[in-house]
Design a protein around this ligand. Structure first.
Ligand SMILES: [Zn+2]
Length: 396
């Protein structure tokens, strides 16, 4: 029975279309929340008060993709389109140079995420300068989204959903199904935010690392496919007269054993980079005193106690077990609402903290190199006449 039904079912399939937003909503929300924990105290009170809103808005770029045709390319860059043998050697890092070499139309088609991250970081810097608290929250959330996307290997390749290797559905398996299913096993405790001297270079390093994981992302799925039959491998759901195929939980369990360490590792690294970009924007804007932008005043006792509990859980990697991830909770009303206002309603010019007189307690005063993994080994391997960058499994 199964044997005769399956081809019919496959023929009737309308496969889930395209690439969903990286990380899915769960991943983006979790990454944004963790980024707040990695901030220095001088920024953390403000970000913590607005954490629910930041987390909520962190998925906005994906939510507007259907309405705004210019949105989609902002979330990825298919570097292997530009060169199969040496994409990072051939792609100029600067947008203008990349346009001169490949044309703006081509970049629009194959993705612009590195430059969108920088553009959003610059908007955030300006929002800090203007004391525009609406802008600070919005651009911090969007920066978190795009930067988070750049941590997903499948956002760096033309085979973004496994569609070219008969592995369609791999995208949401990697970025949604695995984190949602195995979050309890993932270690989210990462490094604290640091000032980034050259954000564009740091972002490109992240993209290169992500691309380094692409080979394993497919190869390890192929290995499981060899031993798991298609009718076990996939789950079919029927909605609105359409049949959608996705990888089954059985496959997800096997795939987690194969690449879970990689997913967990990218999910831990992303918040450090995001909080570092927030910190960099704030510092580049002259370190405006964020406590003065908290219209309801300094943190309350309840806020402080809650944050202490959450920081402890984050350090112990028990946020998920303790049900402290906002992504696990139903969307609820913001507990400590604070007004956020656009710059024009803010009155006087921003009060900047002088370099020799840092906001309390001292923030990261000294510019530090980008928080990228220095021991990451990227090797090139020849495969079928093409070379691809591979990341060593031992690195994650
Ligand atoms: Zn996205």
């Amino acid at each position: 029975m199964k044997k005769t039904l399956l081809p019919l079912l496959l023929a009737a399939l309308v496969l889930a279309s395209g690439t969903a937003g990286a990380w899915g909503f769960f991943g983006h929300r979790t990454i944004t929340q963790v980024a707040v924990y990695e901030l220095p105290a001088s920024m953390q009170a403000f970000y913590y008060r607005h954490m629910t809103e930041l987390v909520r808005q962190s998925t906005a770029p994906d939510e507007r993709r259907n309405d705004d045709p210019t949105e989609a390319p902002k979330h990825f860059i298919d570097v292997d389109h530009f060169s199969e043998d040496n994409p990072f050697g051939k792609m100029p890092r600067q947008y203008e140079k990349a346009v001169a070499k490949f044309t703006a139309d081509t970049l629009q088609k194959y993705g612009t995420v590195p430059w969108v991250i920088i553009e959003t970081k610059n908007k955030l810097t300006e929002a800090f300068r203007q004391r525009d608290t609406v802008g600070i929250v919005t651009y911090s959330a969007e920066l978190s989204h795009y930067m988070g996307d750049a941590y997903v290997p499948l956002h760096t390749t033309i085979n973004y959903d496994g569609q070219l290797t008969d592995q369609k559905g791999l995208h949401s398996l990697w970025e949604s199904q695995l984190p949602e299913r195995f979050i309890n096993d993932y270690k989210l405790f990462g490094d604290e935010a640091k000032y980034i001297k050259d954000p564009l270079a740091a972002v490109w390093t992240v993209v290169q690392e992500s691309f380094g994981f692409v080979g394993e992302t497919f190869d390890r799925a192929s290995k499981i496919e060899k031993t798991m039959k298609p009718d076990v491998r996939f789950t079919f759901s029927h909605r609105y007269g359409k049949t959608t195929r996705r990888y089954s939980d059985a496959f997800a369990d096997e795939y987690e054993k194969a690449v879970g360490g990689m997913v967990s590792y990218r999910m831990k690294m992303a918040p450090t980079m995001i909080s570092s970009l927030w910190l960099t924007a704030w510092q580049d804007a002259g370190k405006p005193n964020l406590n003065e932008l908290m219209h309801l005043g300094r943190p309350t006792k309840v806020e402080k106690e809650k944050l202490t509990v959450e920081l402890a859980a984050w350090k112990a990697n028990t946020l998920s077990q303790n049900q402290l991830l906002l992504a696990q909770q139903k969307v609820k009303k913001i507990e400590v609402a604070d007004e956020i206002k656009p710059a024009k309603d803010m009155g006087a010019a921003p009060k900047e903290v002088k370099e020799d007189e840092p906001a309390e307690p001292a923030p990261e005063a000294e510019p530090a190199p980008a928080p990228v993994v220095d021991k990451m080994k990227v090797k090139t391997k020849s495969a079928k006449g093409t070379e691809k960058t591979k990341q060593k499994a031992s690195d994650w």
